[in-house]
Design a protein around this ligand. Structure first.
Ligand code: CTP
Length: 431
């Protein structure tokens, strides 16, 4: 019996998919179709998939051509499947030509011509596209334009800056459609606004955009006043739009997994969270407030919002400039410390100590795909690693698109009350 296998995402099932499955089946006696899992697609940076795994499997099943359907869950699985199922031929479309030649050591590899003029990508682009406009005061884009290309249903088109020249240069640099220095006109033809100006102007731009019924993404923190932040969130609710802050940490699979694991007792009761962060290395912004709010966010996610006491011990140089601080946040049964500094050598690290072991994220923990756990009584370090592409912005954009699709106005990765709590703590530190 000749066994054939083929793989795909099979999103928005179309004629091209049907054709390749049919032709694969004709090459043998038994056909196995591998359908990619959601986590595998996310892991390889394919964030635009619309249909759930169940729907995609069901669509393949309905062709009546597959003798068996399996799920492709990880990189390198093809070799293991070919051996396990004793496969004779692997079939893929011609867009993959050459890419699977390494499997020729295990079975025949046949590339079939793709069906012309149809693809999941094409079908996706026929849906609604949301226009994004950037509000900026510099010509750096934080890789936003590039990152947005990985998420379907959005297109960065416009840029606004109070300074005409900045807007023009930004527009040219990132090949956008138009630049503006009248905020009202800029807002008239965008659906989503990304506010990335300096902190002193952010809240004002956010407020106006929300009043115009626009979805807003803003660099973090949005304001240094918790009252103002509450009002912004109320405004978002009243206008039925989403206000989301660029706190990359909460979109990272590794960080979320870490939080779930420590909350599932991985290292016992939490005793201490130690975050060290250098302002000079932090890529979410270089100011004290922009840097420290990511560390506070990590602490809140791990120890909760019931922080009883916040202390700060800022060190300044002879010119009165901020150099270093060791902030402590006291909880009923735990203590968090945030070591932050600029121009001094801080070793970036996040360490969580529990009654039964510790978890460490080494280096730039705010942008990571890796952590390790050292559990008492176990000889070996347990290592967790997750693929993570770009600077994390695409995961936020993907979440925003899901929220818009679900008509949700609150982000479940970082709840409004968590954002407000971060600013309340910041207020105490800045006092
Ligand atoms: N395929 C094909 N003809 C098409 C589209 C896809 O033969 N017009 C084949 C691919 O080459 C692959 C399989 O169908 O072997 C599954 O492809 P998949 O990536 O799921 O579909 P695409 O439409 O290519 O998806 P996307 O646009 O998201 O890349």
């Amino acid at each position: 019996m000749k066994k054939v296998i083929t793989y795909g995402t099979f999103d928005l099932f179309h004629k091209g998919h049907y054709n390749i499955i049919k032709r694969a089946k004709a090459l043998g006696d038994y056909l196995i179709v591998g359908v990619t899992s959601e986590s595998f697609d996310i892991e390889r940076g394919k964030l635009n998939v619309r249909d759930s795994l169940i729907t995609r499997i069901e669509n393949v099943r309905k062709t009546g051509l597959a003798d068996e359907i399996i799920i492709e869950e990880y990189q390198g699985q093809k070799v293991s499947d070919i051996i396990k199922y004793d496969i004779d031929i692997l079939v893929v479309g011609s867009d993959w030509r050459g890419k699977f030649d390494y499997l020729k050591n295990y079975c025949d590899v046949i590339y079939l011509e793709r069906t012309k003029n149809i693809s999941s990508t094409k079908l996706r682009s026929e849906g609604i596209i949301f226009n994004i406009g950037v509000v900026t005061d510099s010509i750096e884009d934080n890789d936003f334009v590039q990152e947005s290309k990985y998420v379907s249903g959005i297109h960065v088109e416009r840029v606004f800056s109070e300074e005409q020249e900045v807007a023009q240069r930004f527009c040219d640099k990132y090949e956008l459609d138009s630049c503006w220095n009248d905020y009202g006109e800029f807002l008239s033809d965008v659906d989503i606004v990304y506010v990335k100006t300096g902190l002193n102007k952010r809240a004002e731009y956010i407020e106006t955009a929300l009043k115009h019924g626009k979805y807003v993404i803003s660099d973090s923190p949005m304001t240094l006043s918790s009252d103002r932040l509450r009002r912004l969130f109320e405004l978002a609710r009243e206008n039925n739009v989403v206000l989301i802050e660029r706190m990359t940490l909460v979109y990272l699979r590794a960080f979320n997994q870490l939080v779930w694991l420590v909350h599932s007792n991985l290292v016992g009761d939490l005793v201490s969270v130690k975050c060290s962060i250098s302002q000079d290395d932090f890529d979410g912004g270089r100011t004290f407030n922009e840097t420290v709010c990511t560390a506070i966010c990590a602490v809140l996610k791990l120890l909760g919002k019931n922080c009883q006491e916040v202390r700060t011990n800022a060190v300044r140089n002879h010119d009165g400039e901020f150099v270093y601080d060791m902030i402590s946040m006291k909880y009923e049964n735990a203590l968090a410390t945030i070591e932050i500094g600029t121009t001094v050598d801080i070793e970036n690290e996040l360490v969580i100590i529990g009654s039964n072991g510790r978890v460490t994220i080494p280096n730039d923990w705010w942008n990571t795909g890796y952590f390790e756990a050292n559990i008492s009584g176990k000889e070996f370090l347990k290592r967790y690693s997750f693929n993570f592409e770009g600077n994390g912005f695409r995961y936020l954009l993907q979440e925003l698109m899901i929220m818009i699709g679900d008509k949700r106005t609150e982000c479940t990765r970082l709840f409004y009350d968590e954002s407000v709590k971060i600013i309340e703590i910041l207020e105490r530190i800045n006092k």
